[in-house]
Ligand binder design. Structure first.
Ligand code: ADP
Ligand code: MG
Length: 395
């Protein structure tokens, strides 16, 4: 059983909270604060209980060294606004600034440490290297709360090793995520449809392997489309093609039952990824040379929406197109709307997918659950063991 934060005393204690604050930034401005909001229930509860709160998180992939473009400073400022209270920011992660800020905390105070991934040890594959960083992090605190659901599939120092060193518990976000996503791993209501899209194709493509065993149908969009088109011998133009996944796509098409994997039949293409580029709809098996697929086409959107209407359970990860640019948002909008119209239990997972539904003006309440995790939610519903959850089970 996972301990929860109700299970241990926090008053006056220094509590290290691993949060998921990996939000999209737009020139130093927080473009979507969904993940910051999702971390509020735990932080407000710890504040109310008089904990001295030390928030640690990562932002983007700075490559193991300080890089001002990935500073958590703007995130700390937004968190202060949402908490309606002062939030300190430490300009390093475990160095003198962090130690001084932690020493100055009074009960109910919050400090956000600088980006964990400014230190290569956070994500190191070497247990000893990660362990040394975890020693420094855990040295700042008396207790550890794991609430960064979006990172629990990673065996990282702040997610895994710190939990081995401090009395630990799951925060409210992790608890809520596990409760909702568990409905997609046991006694699933059928038909169960999975929609997969987005751009992190190499990271996520392996999910087809287990999902073919669990889902009745898998609807494919976004850049997930292109390895399949290539596997079928169709041209992909200048589309974002994960060439390393074409063999896997061939194997999945062989393994799938007829119609179990549904690919786009039409696509919106343009010569470049720009809102101003001339764009048009083409058959998916005939992407012209020099053009890239940037959204599913209207015929595909209608077919996918109709399929979703008949589902009892839906999991969606990854936008159907480059929704950030208006000409390529229609496919994502169609899928999102169809999910809110049916009676199915619907789960949306993924940082950008969650951001997409908010950017399109859809209410999160219209979905069964909006997960903050992309890779994490996907691995959870695949039935994999997630290191950051497994370590919480251990005492
Ligand atoms: P999530 O964060 O929800 O897990 P990803 O990070 O995998 O999703 O992918 C999100 C990104 O995918 C979005 O920024 C979107 O612009 C991009 N995307 C969707 N379709 C395409 C496409 N056809 N070509 C390139 N990028 C795409
Ligand atoms: Mg993403």
């Amino acid at each position: 059983m996972m301990k929860t934060i109700g299970d241990f005393a926090v008053e006056g204690q220094r509590v290290l909270v691993r949060a998921d604050l990996n939000v999209p930034l737009d020139g130093g401005r927080v473009a979507d604060d969904g993940r910051i909001r999702a971390s509020l229930p735990t932080l407000t509860a710890l504040k109310a209980r008089g904990a001295r709160i030390i928030v640690c998180a990562h932002l983007g992939r700075p490559g193991g060294k300080p890089d001002p473009r990935y500073s958590l400073a703007p995130v700390a400022a937004r968190l202060a606004g949402l908490l309606g209270d002062n939030v300190e920011f430490a300009a390093d992660t475990t160095g003198p600034a962090a130690r001084a800020a932690v020493a100055a905390l009074r009960p109910g105070d919050v400090v956000v440490l600088e980006n964990l991934r400014f230190d290569a040890a956070e994500t190191s594959k070497d247990d000893a290297e990660r362990g040394r960083f975890a020693d420094q992090l855990s040295g700042l605190a008396d207790r550890y709360v794991s609430d960064g659901f979006g990172a629990v599939h990673r065996k990282h120092a702040s997610v895994y090793d710190v939990a081995l060193r401090l009395p630990h518990a799951a925060g409210y976000l992790v608890q809520a995520e596990v409760a909702a996503l568990s409905r997609l791993t046991a006694s699933i209501q059928r038909p169960y449809l999975v929609v997969l899209g987005g751009a992190k194709v190499t990271d996520k493509f392996g999910a087809f392997g287990s999902l073919l065993g669990a889902a009745d149908r898998i609807l494919v969009g976004g850049a997930m489309t292109f390895p399949f088109l290539a596997a079928q011998g169709h041209p992909t133009g200048t589309s974002l093609l994960a060439a390393d996944q074409v063999d896997a796509a061939t194997a999945y098409l062989d393994k799938a039952a007829p119609g179990q994997i549904e690919l786009p039949s039409d696509l919106v293409v343009a010569a470049e990824m720009a809102a101003t580029a001339p764009h048009r709809v083409v058959a998916a098996d005939a992407i012209p040379a020099g053009q890239m697929g940037l959204d599913i086409g209207p015929q595909t959107a209608a077919r996918f929406a109709a399929a979703l209407g008949g589902a009892a359970t839906v999991f969606w990860n990854g936008p159907m197109g480059v929704f950030e640019l208006a000409p390529y948002a229609a496919g994502t909008r169609a899928i999102a709307s169809a999910m809110t119209e049916g009676t199915a239990f619907t789960v949306v997972g993924g940082g950008d997918t969650g951001a997409a539904i908010r950017a399109l003006g859809l209410a999160e309440e219209a979905f069964g659950h909006v997960s903050t995790g992309g890779g994490a939610s996907l691995e959870f519903i695949e039935g994999k063991t997630l290191p950051g959850l497994a370590v919480l089970e251990a005492s």
